[in-house]
Structure formats: structure tokens, C-alpha cells
Ligand binder design. Structure first.
Ligand SMILES: *Cc1c(COP(=O)(O)O)cnc(C)c1O
Length: 389
């Protein structure tokens, strides 16, 4: 581990995570529960340390996308409730129950499978019913003509043996996008969701203990959608315009170093394909950071990374293991100098925009060969390298 440091690494600022968590908590109020979305290894931040931190802070729930992600948390001592948002094969029901993991149920066929399996082993699986109100992905279809059938299907699931429907949820498709049409769409989704809940509760005579739907966009913009629990991901990690407006802090600071410095005369092509040619005598820094570390190759020749003398342009194609930056005239940038790829000084939002993507993709792309350093109270408290050694 020691030897891999000071090359390219990801600093995970748990103090920023705590700050963001507490700020969001304050916004939602004490009566609304908090589910932290930690799928995809907590958006690349490391789900174990993120989950531990949220558990210590008193968060109510976690969400992941698969049973493997849920098991990773359980095996590493996370005790708090975990909801699997995505598909789990029925063969895994006994493990879900054994490890007290909550499963989303997204349609009648799955409800039947999970119920049969639970009954077979004589136990009860905790579930949250997922309603498709317009995301058009997973969930009981309840829109328009499907309303009655959707409600009926959900009521059936409530009555199936071996299933305990603790919660019900839906997911917004455009809550994070401005514009009247988008706002209307979100409001329509929300109304359909609450209509479905009312009808199911009326017919079945049961009450859901946790109703939830607010993702990042809704937490920031639609307080009426908080219901019993909110479910933010990106906001918690401190990226995007809503995080900025709320004064939240970026949790990941991705850093690399200058490994080598070269001075090239005017007219020198740099890197594969020679798409960048020096137009002057150019001082170039070679960084041990390439697309295999998660630097999107589409950013070649298009973005800047932050040095202590300001932004330095990436020149030429980004390689698998390296990239080059123009540090002409940056006298404080030397071999060994720290370069911030994104973080406090170089906004990931700008980088994502240039790449034509969203910050989610950039943090998720940080690959397993990039070690993570976890910082709390300003000190490194843990380090992780995910290579097989
Ligand atoms: C990923 C996800 C979230 C979190 O989304 P953000 O935009 O990061 O807040 C919430 N709910 C579901 C179902 C998700 O898949």
C-alpha cells in the first residue's frame, strides 16, 4: 500500500460526508428518515467507510443495487437496514433473510417467486414495493389504464405469505432538471405515487411503514415529496448544482503527481495520433493517470487539471496509464508536485460537462488500481487498495 501512494490516489473526505449528511438532515427535518444510496461502491467512494460513517451518524437506511453489494456491507460489520433496489434471483432469498436485507419487489412475478421461496424455508422476507410512476424502468406499472391492475398486484403482494411489505417507493425521472415540463412530470409522478398508496391502503386496510421517493433532485427542489424518508445519492457526495447551492462539500478529491517533466520545441506532436502539436517551446508534465484509472479518454485535449500555479491543459490523447499537461511558465510545478484531477479546487461538475456526462460517471469510473485514502478529523484513518495482493 505504502508504495502506491503519491502516484495517483483518491482522498475520501469523511468530514465532508458528515457535513453534507448533517446539512441535508437539517433541511429535511427530524421527522423524515434518511436513506443513503451507497450502490456502485458508494458512487466510487468506498461503500464500507461511507456506510460506517452514515451508521455512526444515525442514518436510517442504506440502498445498494445487488445482493453482493449488500453482503459486502454485512460482512464488514454494517448492521443498519439495507435495501436492494435492483434484481435478486429467487435462489438468494434465504441469504436475504439470514442477513436481514430488504428486497425491492418490482412486479407480480417476483412477488410470487419471493413468497414461494420464503414459505418454503418457513421465514419472512422484508420487502419494499416499487411503483413505476413514469421512470419506465422497474416497478409495478400503475399509469393510466394500468392503475387498477397495478393496485391489485400490489394488494396481492401484501397478502402473500412470507412477505412483509415494510415500505413502498418510486423513482423520479427528471426531478433534477429545470423547466415547467419537467416540474409537471415530477409532480405527476408524485401524485400517481400517493394515489396508488391511498388506494392500496384503502383496499388492503394496511399501512406502509416507510413511503419514499425523493432522490437528489427532489430533496433539493420538492420538499412535498419527502414523505417518510428521502433517498439521495449525489447530493450526499456533494456534487452537482444542488449541492453547490446548499453549500455542500465534494467528498472525493482525486489527485495525481507529476512523474516527469520534458521541454519540447515548437512543432512537437504529443501522445498517440499527434492531435496536439506544440505551438511554442512547451514544458510538459507527464502524469501517471490515464483511462485505466478512470480518466475518460473523451476528455483528451479538452480539459484542465489543477496545479498550485492554476489550471494546466491536458495535451494530446489520454493514454491507458498516463496523460500529459502543459505546465509552461508554472515555476512551482516540479517533479513530484501534486495535481488535483477533481475535488475542492477543480470542480468535477465542470469536468463532467466538458465530457458530456454527469459527475456520477466520473466518480464511478475511478478504477480499482487507484488507492483510496479516508480522511476524518483531518487525519488519514484508513487506506484501501483493491488489487488482488
Ligand atoms: C441511484 C438511485 C437513487 C439516488 O439517486 P441520486 O440522483 O444520486 O440522488 C435513488 N433511488 C434509486 C431507486 C436509485 O436507483
Amino acid at each position: 500500500m505504502e508504495s502506491t501512494l503519491r502516484r495517483t490516489w483518491s482522498e475520501i473526505d469523511l468530514d465532508a460526508l458528515i457535513y453534507n449528511y448533517r446539512t441535508i438532515k437539517e433541511k429535511i427535518g427530524k421527522d423524515v428518515k434518511f436513506l443513503g444510496v451507497v450502490k456502485a461502491d458508494a458512487y466510487g467512494h468506498g461503500s464500507i467507510n461511507v456506510a460506517k460513517t452514515l451508521e455512526e451518524e444515525g442514518a436510517d437506511y442504506l440502498a445498494v443495487s445487488s445482493i453482493d453489494e449488500a453482503m459486502e456491507l454485512r460482512v464488514n460489520g454494517i448492521k443498519m437496514p439495507i435495501l436492494i433496489l435492483g434484481h435478486t434471483p429467487k435462489e438468494q432469498v434465504s441469504r436475504l433473510i439470514e442477513y436481514d436485507i430488504t428486497q425491492a419487489v418490482t412486479c407480480k412475478a417476483k412477488a410470487v417467486e419471493y413468497s414461494e421461496e420464503s414459505v418454503r424455508i418457513g421465514k419472512t422476507l422484508k420487502i419494499h414495493i416499487k411503483v413505476d410512476t413514469g421512470m419506465s424502468r422497474l416497478g409495478y406499472l400503475c399509469e393510466g389504464d394500468y392503475f387498477d391492475n397495478g393496485v391489485k398486484g400490489i394488494c396481492e403482494a401484501l397478502n402473500m405469505q412470507g412477505l412483509d411489505a415494510e415500505g413502498i417507493f418510486t423513482h423520479f425521472a427528471v426531478s433534477d432538471e429545470y423547466g415547467e415540463k419537467n416540474d409537471e412530470y415530477t409532480k405527476k409522478q408524485f401524485k400517481l405515487f400517493t394515489d396508488v398508496i391511498s388506494e392500496v391502503e384503502r383496499i388492503s386496510g394496511r399501512r406502509f411503514r416507510i413511503k419514499h421517493c425523493a432522490n437528489t433532485g427532489a430533496v433539493a427542489r420538492f420538499p412535498e415529496t419527502y414523505l417518510d424518508m428521502v433517498r439521495p445519492g449525489l447530493l450526499l457526495y456533494g456534487y452537482g448544482e444542488f449541492a453547490k447551492k446548499m453549500g455542500l462539500k465534494p467528498v472525493m478529491n482525486l489527485k495525481t503527481t507529476v512523474s516527469t517533466i520534458k521541454i519540447y520545441p515548437e512543432g512537437t506532436p504529443i501522445s498517440y495520433g499527434g492531435i496536439f502539436v506544440t505551438d511554442k517551446t512547451t514544458r510538459v508534465g507527464v502524469l501517471p493517470y490515464g483511462y485505466a484509472d478512470g480518466f475518460l479518454r473523451s476528455l483528451s485535449n479538452k480539459c484542465s487539471l489543477m496545479t498550485k500555479d492554476g489550471p494546466a491543459k491536458v495535451c494530446g490523447k489520454i493514454c491507458m496509464d498516463m496523460c500529459m499537461i502543459d505546465i509552461t511558465g508554472m515555476n512551482n510545478v516540479e517533479v513530484g508536485s501534486e495535481i488535483e484531477v477533481f475535488g475542492k479546487n477543480n470542480s468535477i461538475d465542470t469536468l463532467a460537462e466538458i465530457a458530456g456526462t454527469i459527475p456520477y460517471e466520473l466518480t464511478c469510473a475511478v478504477s480499482k488500481r487507484v488507492p483510496r485514502m479516508y480522511i476524518k478529523d483531518g487525519k488519514i484513518i484508513d487506506q484501501e487498495l483493491m488489487l488482488r495482493m
